[in-house]
Design a binder for this molecule. Structure first.
Ligand SMILES: [Ca+2]
Ligand SMILES: [Ca+2]
Length: 227
């Protein structure tokens, strides 16, 4: 049953969420610019952060680590992190991305996946990468900032290593606008239920009682007529 208090709570919560999403510092890759409409938020981590902790933080904020499935998306996302605070001291190791490799894969280039389950088709590995350099490297990051020109490149890295940043990707479903609309619908539904309670309603059982009473009156009148 649709409960009045639930309507109000859902409406207020959705309105609040919609407003907080609108206030984010993320940048949208707009459809008008050839993008997918998703939002991307670069996060700097001065103390360093592992891939696993970065992903947990991304999910806690309502998104996931960024997945890059085209050259255009690669360029757009890189443009958001082409800044000193997201890289190590020599601009070599860049922010974490949402790519990971099966732990038992023997070939450094095999069995990579995106956290979202999108197909792993597009890649932009730096020269000689991925390479499992010195040990197992099964998490994805941007690589070599100062040597990157038109083609941002990637590196496979040990996920436990503490890196200076990561990128969150938010899929706007439902969009902030839709959330606001849903919030408004919740409040309207609450108002409608309040109004409905003030209008007398003849229930089915009430109708049955009325019907029986009418039958009894008619039956009695009929008996009187015959007597
Ligand atoms: Ca993506
Ligand atoms: Ca590597």
């Amino acid at each position: 049953m649709f409960r009045f208090t639930s309507c109000l709570v859902i409406g207020v919560v959705l309105l609040t969420v919609g407003q907080s999403m609108a206030a984010t510092v993320a940048s949208q890759w707009t459809v008008e610019d050839g993008g997918n409409g998703h939002w991307y938020e670069p996060v700097a981590s001065g103390d360093g952060i592992s891939w696993g902790d970065a992903r947990a933080e991304a999910i806690a904020r309502g998104g996931d680590l960024a997945t890059i499935t085209s050259a255009a998306e690669n360029v757009f996302v890189y443009s958001l992190v082409d800044s000193r605070e997201f890289w190590d001291s020599v601009d070599s190791l860049g922010p974490w991305l949402g790519g990971y490799q099966d732990p038992l894969a023997s070939d450094p280039a095999e069995n990579w996946h995106w956290v979202t389950g999108e197909s792993w088709d597009f890649t932009s590995w730096a020269r000689s990468e991925p390479n499992d350099w010195g040990k197992e490297e099964d998490r994805l990051m941007f690589y070599w900032r100062k040597f990157t020109t038109d083609t941002p490149v990637w590196n496979d890295q040990d996920g436990a290593r503490r890196i200076n940043g990561f990128v969150i990707e938010y899929v706007p479903e439902p969009s902030s606008l839709a959330l606001l609309a849903m919030g408004a619908v919740g409040i309207l539904a609450y108002g409608w239920q309040r109004w409905r309670r003030r209008v007398p309603v003849i229930r089915a059982e009430d109708g049955l009682v009325c019907h029986c009473l009418a039958q009894a009156v008619l039956s009695r009148a009929s008996k009187r007529g015959r007597s």
